[in-house]
Design a protein around this ligand. Sequence first.
Ligand code: ATP
Ligand code: MG
Length: 253
Amino acid sequence: MTPTDEAILKVEKLYKFFGSAEGRFPVVREASFSVPRGRFVTIMGPSGSGKSTLLHMVSGLEPPSGGRVELDGHDLYALNEKRRTLLRRDTVGFVFQFYNLIPNLNVAENVRLPLLIGAGGGAGEQVGSTLEELIETFSLQGKERSYPYQLSGGEMQRVSIARALISNPAILMADEPTGNISSSAGQEVMELFRRSCDERGQTILLVTHNARDAAFSDEVHFLKDGELHEAQRLAGAAVTPENIASSLSTLGI
Ligand SMILES: Nc1ncnc2c1ncn2[C@@H]1O[C@H](COP(=O)(O)OP(=O)(O)OP(=O)(O)O)[C@@H](O)[C@H]1O
Ligand SMILES: [Mg+2]
């Protein structure tokens, strides 16, 4: 059994430059952090601070300009592209701001999609929670045969989280998952994240600009102009909106 203090994700001195030869500018600068197994970690920063870029680099979607990413014991960018894709598919569950549901598949089909493409193990194999368990956990009973256009934003986001969890990913990564839904639906999504961490030991990496969302996590790192600032390494209960607000004001964010 893996000790819980072992990091599933270790990020060392990560850089990303964008732009042409004349005007290369760093979007992420020397970012180092880690995500211990079973923890809920947030990277918080304003729009344009580099959150999505950082998340794409640590998940294997976007090669960094420099630095090292270790995901589930593998040096991610030492792998060839095919092996990196397989590792991502087997290890990472994704939740996006705009859900990315398949419009002509119903709720049940959308949730089961990762199993059909073989994520998390053998093709079609049941590896995580069952569809029925997820439908119940995410309060989607009676919606199994509905199509995305028939759902509210909050429901669509719950479907996308169920889809991310069905293959039992070692780490769930979420990019502004509440950015496009009502504040009460956002609160429900964050409660679901918290519960899946507490009850299933789900490791979560969230990026957000929203302090209220960040307050649900165990640890918060602050990203400002591509630079990561010291984490608020507090016990779960002590990561409060007040403490986050005071860190933001100290950092001038
Ligand atoms: N492919 C790209 N080419 C050039 N510049 C890029 C590219 N992707 C992102 N950028 C720039 O990098 C910076 C950080 O972008 P990023 O999307 O990571 O920020 P973010 O923190 O996720 O913002 P938001 O909260 O608005 O989603 C921005 O200035 C953006 O314009
Ligand atoms: Mg973004």
